[in-house]
Design a protein around this ligand. Structure first.
Ligand SMILES: NC(=O)c1ccc[n+]([C@@H]2O[C@H](COP(=O)([O-])OP(=O)(O)OC[C@H]3O[C@@H](n4cnc5c(N)ncnc54)[C@H](O)[C@@H]3O)[C@@H](O)[C@H]2O)c1
Ligand SMILES: O=P(O)(O)OC[C@H](O)CO
Length: 362
C-alpha cells in the first residue's frame, strides 16, 4: 500500500450484483477520504447489452443496467474492460467475482500489478486444490499474485446494501497495518464493519453458508415450515463449525457469531439466490443450470459448485458421513438423490447423537 501523503488507488475486480453494490460504497468513500485517490477503476467483464458495450453504458449512465439496475454508481467509479489496465496501478485490489473465475483472473494479473499492492476478497467460495483438498480463494490470490489478501464476508444481500438498508459485515484481516485502511474504504453509516483476525474462518463461513442455503431452498420447495428451516440452519451451522475445527484448527468459535457466521446463514437461507433457485429446482424438477440461466439473468450461483468442491475433499478423506447435510445437498444437486430424501439424510444427524454438550477445540 502507498504510505505517507501518497493516495491509495483502488481497483474493483468484478462488476456483478455484489461488485456493483460495493462499488457504490467504495466510490463514495474514495471520494471523501484524503488517503485515497478519487478515481476508482472497476473491471467489467465486457458484454453487449442491446448492441452497446456494458462498460460504455456504465460510464455514460453510471448504472450497471444488467447486474444492479436502478442504482446509480458514483461518477468517480470508472468501468474498464481490460483487466490489466484496471488493476495495474492499484494499491488495493478488491476481488468480487464468482469464485469459478478467480484463477484465470489471477493468471492474467500475474506480474502486471504493483508488488506493494494488497487485496481484499469478497468472493464466497473455494477451489479444488491439488492432492484432494480445497483451496481458499484468498490463499489462491496471495499465492498467485504474491500480495497479502484479507477477506470480507457478511449478511449482505447486494440489493439491500445498494438500497442502503442497515447491515453489518466482517473483515478478516491479520495485518494490523492494513486493517484500518480496509475498514475505512468499506464502512459507511449503514454498512458497519467489524474487523477480526480470524481470516480463514471468516472466509470459510462465507463459502459454506451457500451450501446450507441450497438446503434451505430444498425444504422451502418441499413445503416444510420455518421449524424445518431452523433445523437446517442449525445443523448447517454445526457442520460449518466442525469443518473449520477439523480442517482449519486454531480458528475461533466467536467468529461464527460475527456477521459472516450466524447472521449470513439467516439472511442467505431466507433471502438469497441459492435458496431461491434450490426451491425452484424442487418445485419444477428442472436442472439447476437451466434455472440459474433463466432466473438470474447472468448472475451466478455459488452453492451447488461449493457443495461439489467440499464433497471432493470429504469423499477423499472418507468423511462424508460426518457432514450429512453438505453431502445430501451435493448428491441432490447432482441428481444422485431426490430432493424428498433430504430430511432422511439429516434425520439421524451426528448432532442428534450427542449425549452431552459438544467439546469444541476452537
Ligand atoms: N450478490 C450478492 O448478494 C452477494 C453478496 C455477498 C457476496 N457475494 C459474493 O460475491 C461474489 C461475486 O458475486 P456477484 O453477485 O458480484 O456476481 P454475479 O453473481 O452477479 O455474477 C455475474 C458476474 O460474473 C461476470 N462473469 C461472467 N462470466 C465471466 C467470466 N468468464 N470471467 C469473469 N467474470 C465473468 C459477469 O460479467 C458479472 O459481472 C460471489 O462469490 C458471491 O457469492 C454476492
Ligand atoms: O444470493 P446468494 O445466495 O448468493 O447470497 C448472497 C449473499 O452471500 C448473502 O450474504
Amino acid at each position: 500500500m502507498a504510505e505517507g501523503q501518497i493516495k491509495n488507488r483502488v481497483c474493483i475486480v468484478g462488476s456483478g450484483n455484489w461488485g456493483s453494490a460495493i462499488a457504490k460504497i467504495v466510490g463514495r468513500n474514495a471520494a471523501r477520504l484524503p488517503n485515497f485517490e478519487d478515481r476508482v477503476t472497476m473491471w467489467v467483464y465486457e458484454e453487449m447489452i442491446e448492441g452497446k458495450k456494458l462498460t460504455e453504458i456504465i460510464n455514460e449512465t453510471h448504472e450497471n443496467v444488467k447486474y444492479l439496475p436502478g442504482h446509480k454508481l458514483p461518477a468517480n467509479v470508472v468501468a474498464v474492460p481490460e483487466l490489466v489496465d484496471a488493476a495495474k496501478d492499484a494499491d488495493l485490489l478488491i476481488f468480487v467475482v464468482p469464485h469459478q473465475f478467480v484463477r484465470t483472473i489471477c493468471s492474467t494479473l500475474l506480474g502486471k500489478i504493483k508488488p506493494t499492492a494488497a487485496a481484499l476478497s469478497l468472493i464466497k467460495g473455494f477451489d479444488i486444490a491439488e492432492g484432494g483438498g480445497i483451496d481458499l480463494i484468498s490463499h489462491i490470490i496471495t499465492r498467485c499474485l504474491k500480495i497479502p489478501c484479507a477477506v470480507l464476508m457478511g449478511a449482505n444481500i447486494a440489493s439491500e446494501v445498494a438500497e442502503e438498508k442497515f447491515c453489518e459485515t466482517t473483515i478478516g484481516c491479520r495485518d494490523v497495518m492494513l486493517a484500518p485502511m480496509m475498514r475505512d474504504i468499506i464502512q459507511t453509516e449503514y454498512f458497519r464493519v467489524v474487523v477480526v483476525d480470524d481470516e480463514d474462518a471468516v472466509e470459510i463461513c462465507g463459502a459454506l453458508k451457500n451450501i446450507v442455503a441450497v438446503g434451505a431452498g430444498f425444504v422451502d420447495g418441499l413445503g416444510f415450515g420455518d421449524n424445518t428451516k431452523a433445523a437446517v440452519i442449525r445443523l448447517g451451522l454445526m457442520e460449518m463449525i466442525k469443518f473449520v475445527d477439523v480442517f482449519y484448527p486454531g480458528s475461533k468459535l466467536s467468529t461464527f457469531f460475527e456477521s459472516c457466521g450466524v447472521a449470513d446463514l439467516i439472511t442467505t437461507c431466507y433471502g438469497g439466490r441459492n435458496r431461491r433457485v434450490a426451491e425452484a429446482f424442487v418445485k419444477t424438477g428442472r436442472s439447476i443450470k437451466e434455472l440459474e440461466d433463466e432466473m438470474l439473468n447472468g448472475q451466478k450461483l455459488q452453492g451447488p459448485i461449493t457443495a461439489e468442491e467440499v464433497n471432493h475433499m470429504l469423499a477423499n478423506k472418507n468423511m462424508e458421513n460426518k457432514f450429512p447435510l453438505f453431502t445430501a445437498v451435493f448428491r441432490i444437486c447432482r441428481g444422485e438423490l431426490k430432493p424428498s430424501d433430504f430430511i432422511d439424510c439429516i434425520r439421524s444427524h451426528p448432532e442428534h447423537m450427542k449425549q452431552m454438550a459438544p467439546k469444541c477445540s476452537l
